[in-house]
Design a protein around this ligand. Structure first.
Ligand SMILES: Cc1cn([C@H]2C[C@H](O)[C@@H](COP(=O)(O)OP(=O)(O)O[C@H]3O[C@H](C)C(=O)[C@H](O)[C@H]3O)O2)c(=O)[nH]c1=O
Length: 180
């Protein structure tokens, strides 16, 4: 298992060892010990899964304190362009993002710490997106940022995104008051 770090403090890409053979492939999708060894701490309490066809954008979402969630995200089928935006007020990289392509060949994963808005676009039909969360769903604490706010400078590679009505009216960075 390899770990890749970014200029934005806290975000970690995890590249598991994938064992291929004539039958297919095997990899460990979660190891509490290996996460601890990598400095990824969290009490993982909820697993989520969504299925999206090519061109769907979900995000950019987070849950406000005290229901903040760290997430460990991966793709079990298909491919996704995953984006995390630093919304920690005092961070030197506030408003900056990390973008990582997640796929079901390398089975790479991304650790999204608390204090980040998270979203992704599906690059293929039937993309199965799985993630572990360190807090339970709290709809009353949901927050978000507008996915295509020019101030975020995110190149999603999608022209006419399929996106929820809720996500279309999320605030821009200029009109956003971060709770982190
Ligand atoms: C997140 C969530 C949703 N739901 C219900 C609420 C809605 O009736 C339905 C769809 O929810 P939503 O449109 O918020 O789903 P996404 O747009 O995929 O939301 C996720 O998208 C981005 C990528 C994230 O990182 C978040 O974890 C999460 O917000 O599932 C639940 O019952 N439990 C949950 O934990």
């Amino acid at each position: 298992m390899e770990f890749k770090y970014f200029d934005i403090q806290g975000v970690v890409e995890i590249l598991p060892r994938v064992f291929g053979d004539a039958r297919g492939a095997f990899f460990e999708s979660f190891s509490a010990q290996k996460m601890q060894d990598a400095g990824i701490h969290g009490q993982w309490v909820q697993d989520n899964q969504s299925r999206s066809d090519r061109g769907v954008v979900r995000g950019l979402h987070f849950q406000k304190p005290p229901f903040t969630q760290a997430k460990l995200v991966r793709v079990a089928q298909g491919r996704a362009l995953d984006v995390v935006v630093d919304i920690r007020r005092n961070s030197p990289t506030y408003g900056q993002h990390v973008m990582v392509e997640l796929d079901a060949e390398r089975f790479n994963m991304l650790y999204v710490p608390e204090g980040f808005a998270h979203g992704f676009t599906a690059l293929e039909d039937n993309t199965l997106f799985l993630y572990k969360c360190t807090n339970y769903y709290a709809p009353q604490a949901e927050g978000g940022l507008l996915w295509n706010d020019p101030a975020l400078g995110i190149n999603w590679g999608v022209q006419n995104a399929t996106i929820s009505a809720k996500d279309q009216v999320l605030p821009t960075l200029a009109n956003f008051d971060s709770p982190f």
